[in-house]
Write a protein that binds this ligand. Structure first.
Ligand SMILES: [Zn+2]
Length: 227
């Protein structure tokens, strides 16, 4: 029976592909693989780069995979604000496309930690988008994700705030999660994840808390950045 099931799944799959051929999410051209991008759009969307860090940053490096504009902006907004889970396979294809430029990620000693949402906000949205974006892809690469940080309160959007206001806004906003009195991130190589990087203040605040909690190394990874 399992053979037959497999066979009917293959037949149904081919029929589905015949009825609804896969298209590139950006330009609409037909593509060979479902959830794939056409090579030219993938190349345009992927701009893997290291971001500039402020002096005294707790990060070794922060990497961004794309620019937060045009299609990427739409994709992330669809996921966050319209809860469109159908965006996730396309995001995953993008992450897979970035792998050859992220050779350091092959070192799977990393423990991934997503920037947390305040509990009320997560409850309202139904999920933490950063976990949705990176979780499955990292798991396939053998990198575990843990909730090593919590957000103690809601913070204002950073955009338009002065550096001093940003610092005040984030003071005490994050804490390290402990188990039996030991921070989960203590002595670990941390891969701090976020969906978007704008002012960088949130990442920096999280990075400082991770450092204080005894993280050994901290590298940042964001899906999109506006600079
Ligand atoms: Zn395309």
């Amino acid at each position: 029976m399992p053979k037959l099931n497999e066979m009917s799944r293959d037949i149904l799959g081919s029929f589905w592909d015949f009825l609804f051929p896969s298209r590139c999410p950006m330009c609409g051209r037909y593509v060979a693989e479902r959830s794939g991008w056409c090579p030219s759009c993938l190349q345009k969307a992927l701009t893997v780069r290291k971001l500039a860090l402020p002096p005294g940053s707790p990060f070794e490096e922060i990497w961004a995979l794309s620019f937060y504009k045009e299609y990427l902006q739409k994709l992330i907004k669809d996921l966050k604000y319209r809860r469109k889970m159908s965006t996730l396979p396309y995001i995953k294809s993008l992450l897979q496309g970035s792998e050859q430029e992220l050779v350091w990620l092959a070192d799977s000693d990393f423990l991934a930690v997503p920037v947390p949402l305040f509990a009320d906000k997560e409850k309202a949205r139904g999920f933490n988008q950063t976990e949705k974006i990176f979780g499955e892809w990292l798991q396939e690469k053998g990198i575990s994700t843990v909730r090593g940080l919590i957000r103690n309160r809601e913070t204002m959007a950073m955009y338009g705030l002065s550096p001093a206001e940003r610092e005040e806004n984030l003071r005490g906003a994050f804490s390290a999660v402990e188990e039996a009195g030991v921070p989960l991130v203590q002595g670990r190589k941390i891969l701090l994840l976020d969906d978007i990087f704008t002012t960088g203040s949130t990442m920096e605040a999280c990075g400082r808390v991770l450092k204080e909690a005894g993280a050994e190394r901290i590298v940042g990874l964001v899906l999109a950045s506006d600079h």
